[in-house]
Design a protein around this ligand. Structure first.
Ligand SMILES: Nc1nc2c(ncn2[C@@H]2O[C@H](COP(=O)(O)OP(=O)(O)OP(=O)(O)O)[C@@H](O)[C@H]2O)c(=O)[nH]1
Ligand SMILES: C[S@@+](CC[C@H](N)C(=O)[O-])C[C@H]1O[C@@H](n2cnc3c(N)ncnc32)[C@H](O)[C@@H]1O
Ligand code: SF4
Ligand code: SF4
Length: 379
């Protein structure tokens, strides 16, 4: 291991096994955390590997040839992910997002999509199923993903200028291939395609207007994300954050904007429409306008740890519940009702709100403990 490689998984992402409560949870509709927030989204990270080395996410000097990625045996099997997702849906989840690392790199990902697409709510309805991808191999996967039941897709793209994009993904990957992936996703009917751009001052903030011009009239929804202090390795600096308020002002100077109402409680993006109706844009302002108050998102890692915040320092070990853990004297939980009770208890004790606390001693303490990495938890 090189000196700069961060310590191995167990230390980074210490885990706690949720208890199985004696009594069942509150009825699904009433489940809420300590701050009264319901559970609505489950974001499932299916691999910690990626073929890009985006400088703000997997810097090369940390995620290098010596970096220890998880072994395949440590990953949840698709059947295990499916079982957990079903129980989460019983508890109120209505949107599933597959992410990573790069989710399209996981072998057989279409089979997982098909399994998750078959899940029904207690009322018999399907849940929304989506994915976040760097689109490096989306052009050849889009039709199979749609056929398997994926509803829509979000593509990460940080620049239109090929040189800027290659520099940011740091593996010399061309922008053309990502644009082809977006076009194929649209042709396959994965609608709407959303494009997410992380904006870093001095790195790609000159790409705002070219991105807008490119996607006008295309049907794509374009969203700008404030560069976040997620993880411990990306060298985050506040002076590289372009506050959404500034960004919107810069755009509005040349493209008059019309604000849109929120579509659902807890949504991440504030939205605007270009006055001529040619493009919807969104701003995700986790740094300058925290949206923890309505945060209804849970995150499941590829090895089965449940995280209650993007900035969490530890996860709850659901794989130990599914598989048992002889060393800890744990038998596998065979009854879904028990699993459901354990998950409900974890959610009901949640009080995470890192972005609201950023700048306080509580947040500094979390940073000292080491937060989970973005490529592990999936964004
Ligand atoms: N701080 C913080 N950032 C988040 C959270 N959820 C999403 N983000 C950030 O916003 C980016 C975009 O989120 P998406 O994955 O597109 O999720 P979404 O906005 O819920 O998705 P849609 O349903 O497509 O609107 C992520 O990559 C993260 O960088 C959150 O709960 N907290
Ligand atoms: C971790 S990636 C995983 C999925 C896939 N590899 C991709 O890039 O779409 C999910 C999202 O997190 C975003 N992201 C990663 N690091 C970030 C950071 N420091 N601040 C804000 N967003 C970040 C990426 O731009 C991407 O849109
Ligand atoms: S943002 Fe996505 S594509 Fe870029 S390094 Fe992270 S996981 Fe890979
Ligand atoms: S910082 Fe944590 S609690 Fe706040 S919105 Fe993000 S994931 Fe939710």
């Amino acid at each position: 291991m090189s000196e700069r490689t961060i310590p191995i998984v167990d230390h980074r992402y210490a885990s706690s096994v949720p208890e199985i409560p004696q009594q069942g949870p509150a009825p699904a509709g009433l489940l809420a955390d300590r701050l009264g927030r319901p559970l609505h989204d489950l974001r499932i990270s299916i691999t910690d590997r990626c073929n890009f080395r985006c400088t703000y996410c997997m810097p090369k000097d940390v995620f290098d040839a010596h970096y220890e990625f998880l072994r395949h045996a440590d990953l949840l099997r698709f059947e295990e992910i499916d079982r957990l997702a079903r129980v989460f849906v019983q508890l109120g989840v209505r949107k599933l997002r597959i992410t990573g690392g790069e989710p399209l790199l996981r072998k057989g990902v279409e089979d997982l999509v098909a399994m998750l697409a078959a899940i029904r709510t207690p009322e018999g309805d399907p849940v929304e199923l989506t994915m976040t991808t760097n689109a490096s191999i989306l052009a050849r996967k889009a039709r199979a993903l749609k056929a398997a039941g994926l509803n829509r897709i979000t593509v990460s793209l940080d620049a239109l200028d090929d040189r800027v994009f290659r520099r940011m993904n740091d593996v010399d990957f061309p922008v053309r291939t990502v644009l082809d992936g977006i076009a194929e996703a649209q042709a396959a009917g994965l609608a709407p395609v959303k494009v997410n751009m992380v904006v870093q001052r001095g790195v790609n903030d000159d790409q705002l207007l070219p991105m807008i011009e490119h996607f006008r009239g295309s049907g794509v929804v374009l969203r700008f994300i404030e560069f976040m202090d997620v993880g411990n390795t990306n060298g985050w600096r506040m002076d590289q954050v372009v506050p959404s308020a500034e960004l919107i002002q810069r755009i509005a100077a040349s493209h008059p904007l019309h604000p849109l109402d929120p579509t659902a409680p807890g949504e991440t993006a504030e939205r605007w429409l270009l006055d001529d109706g040619s493009l919807e844009i969104g701003a995700i302002s986790s740094v300058t306008r925290a949206f923890c108050r309505d945060c209804n998102r849970a995150r499941l890692s590829m090895e089965g740890k449940l995280y209650l915040c993007l900035f969490a320092t530890h996860g709850h070990d659901l794989r130990a519940l599914l598989r048992g853990d002889p060393q800890a004297g744990l038998k596998p939980v065979v009854d879904d009702a028990d699993l459901r009770a354990a998950l409900a208890q974890v959610w009901s004790r949640r009080d995470d709100r890192y972005s609201e606390l950023r700048g306080t001693e509580a947040a500094a303490a979390l940073r000292a403990e080491r937060k989970v990495e973005m490529s592990y938890i999936g964004g």
